[in-house]
Ligand binder design. Structure first.
Ligand code: SF4
Length: 262
């Protein structure tokens, strides 16, 4: 597979996003220029919550705030390289971790996201790591988490990367995981997944490290979720109003309870 498409896609990305900001392609809720992947994934938790967050700004329940601070630590431990260097390094075939913006269109709706970490080898994305920090149910993966990783995979594919060997991994860590462990975590995950894939041709499953869990599966397009994503986009394109979640347990922890007119 040629490298031309993804190189062109990365090189023209900032111009493309600037143009979208000035003259949006499509009329989206809250005058947004695009839909963010993480918002689209959060829709699977509660769509009304996503809408309230866009309307009133980000609010955190106390527990969640800790989680977002953890995410910032991880972000700062991974250096962003300049685009030219990133392209050169990927094309050279060396093994590397990369963090960059991805964008694509799903039936005229621009979708944009920021990868947590992608691991490249032989000029292909091999692992996409999505980090989640929580103190509960590390051994479980939720639909929104799965969708988020899947949409990053789809974005890489639509941008022209060869995703034939791509494995998606949601890595769940405890919020109190020691800071020094973060920098080593991604390499450890890649080692573990390399091992699994060397033993089985198609890796899928769950693996425990120390307290962390890796939930992983091979990327194979959107499959049956395509219709569901299309339906979720009806909210963004103003075809319908946002829907509240029907599970009262989710509302218990919601920072938007006082704004919610469910
Ligand atoms: S209180 Fe419940 S329905 Fe309302 S925004 Fe929060 S999670 Fe959604």
């Amino acid at each position: 597979m040629s490298n031309e498409k993804w190189i062109e896609s990365l090189r023209t990305q900032s111009r493309r996003l600037r143009t979208l900001k000035k003259s949006p392609l499509i009329d989206l809720v809250h005058d947004l220029p695009w839909v963010r992947i993480r918002d689209l994934a959060d829709q699977f938790y509660c769509e009304l919550k996503v809408d309230l967050e866009l309307r009133f700004g980000k609010k955190y329940a106390p527990e969640i705030k800790k989680g977002s601070e953890v995410h910032k630590k991880v972000d700062s431990s991974l250096k962003r390289v300049n685009l030219r260097k990133l392209i050169e390094d990927i094309v050279s075939g060396k093994s590397l971790f990369a963090k960059f913006t991805v964008d694509f269109k799903f039936e005229d709706v621009p979708i944009v996201g920021e990868l947590d970490q992608a691991f490249f080898r032989e000029a292909k994305p091999l692992y996409l790591l999505e980090l989640k920090s929580t103190n509960y149910n590390l051994d479980r993966i939720y639909t929104g988490e799965k969708i988020q990783a899947l949409l990053y995979g789809l974005a890489l594919e639509r941008m022209g990367f060869d995703c034939s060997k791509l494995c998606l991994a949601v890595v769940k860590v405890r919020r109190d995981l020691a800071e020094e462990k973060y920098s080593k975590l991604a390499s450890k995950v890649v080692q573990e997944l390399d091992l699994v894939r060397s033993q089985e041709s198609r890796g899928i499953g769950k693996k425990k490290l120390e307290s962390e869990y890796i939930h992983f599966w091979e990327y194979n397009g959107l499959g049956e979720l395509e219709g569901e994503i299309r339906e979720k986009l009806n909210y963004w394109t103003k075809i319908r109003d946002p829907k509240p979640v029907q599970n009262p347990n989710k509302c218990k922890w919601c920072a938007y309870k006082s704004f919610c007119i469910k």
